[in-house]
Design a protein around this ligand. Structure first.
Ligand SMILES: [Zn+2]
Ligand SMILES: [Zn+2]
Length: 287
């Protein structure tokens, strides 16, 4: 199982709040050429990885697209849990500027427990096991068996929000990160085996705003300025000539009036390739 090439969508809802019946915020697992790469660490990432059969002590590479809580709230708990699950080697975490402050504060908040486990259980020093790297646009990793690139997306008011391209074993997978419709993403994703794109179902947004029920105009403006309608995600996939399109970070994600078929109908006029409308735990085979 360790050598299969696949993407598992661990959490597929857009936004941080969960309610009874909700799916979970954003996190994904990319298993490529024997490597297991975590992309975003929204609430539920640890459970999601274990459900995929991942041994947390084997984690070594984590990427965070941006500093909205639905993408990094569980980063510290994931790494801490991997440590208690027997982690012995280094974890490299790549993310935007400011992630180091989160990590330092997480370590400080758990000082009592971390000191105790080092002292009492003889565990290695967690503080020395995690290396944080600040991402900018361009090449992130240029290794013989893994290439990672990043570009900035359109996700105001944030500036440091990134899309990632991962390439290994002759396969390439692109994650859009959170973004408004961005034609330049098609160039970035050109010819990829899979594009995992965030998506919003335009026809369902009025009902979503009505349910939330506060300052609708402001939230509506935020949604359309910072996120992508399913039809535009489909356009990007077609322009990029990717092999498969997966939608995640779904808005809405928990409205029973809107089903897989609504998403498929929104995409159909603009994309006729393989489509995966994300559900938590969905595996997309890359072989
Ligand atoms: Zn988000
Ligand atoms: Zn965001």
């Amino acid at each position: 199982m360790q050598n299969e090439n696949y993407v598992a969508l661990l959490g597929t809802k857009g936004g941080p709040a969960i309610r009874p019946g909700s799916t979970m915020p954003t996190s994904s697992l990319l298993s490529l050429a024997g490597r297991q790469i975590v992309i975003d660490c929204g609430l539920g990432v640890t459970r999601g990885l274990v459900d995929q059969g991942v041994q947390l002590r084997d984690l070594s590479l984590i990427f965070i697209t941006h500093l909205h809580s639905d993408h990094y709230l569980e980063l510290g708990p994931l790494i801490h849990t991997a440590w208690t699950a027997g982690l012995q080697s280094r974890i490299d975490v790549w993310g935007p500027e400011g992630l180091d402050a989160y990590w330092d504060s997480f370590l400080a908040s758990m000082k009592a427990d971390i000191d105790l486990r080092i002292e009492d259980e003889g565990r290695p020093n967690l503080r020395e096991m995690v290396r944080l790297h600040t991402i900018d646009e361009g090449t992130v990793i240029e290794g013989p068996d893994l290439k990672v690139k990043a570009i900035r997306t359109i996700h105001p008011p944030l500036v440091d929000c990134f899309a990632f391209s991962f390439e290994a074993a002759g396969r390439r997978v692109v994650f859009s990160g959170d973004t408004a419709y961005m034609p330049a993403l098609a160039e970035f994703a050109r010819g990829a085996d899979l594009l995992v794109h965030e998506a919003m179902l335009e026809s369902a947004i009025p009902a979503l705003l009505a349910r939330i029920g506060y300052d609708n105009e402001k939230l509506k403006e935020h949604l359309f300025r910072s996120h992508t309608c399913a039809a535009d995600a489909a356009r990007t996939a077609t322009d990029a000539k990717v092999l498969r399109l997966a939608l995640h970070h779904l808005l809405p994600s928990d409205d029973p009036d809107y089903t897989q078929q609504h998403w498929r109908d929104a995409v159909a006029p603009h994309w006729d390739g393989m489509l995966h409308v994300g559900t938590d735990g969905m595996r997309i085979d890359l072989d």
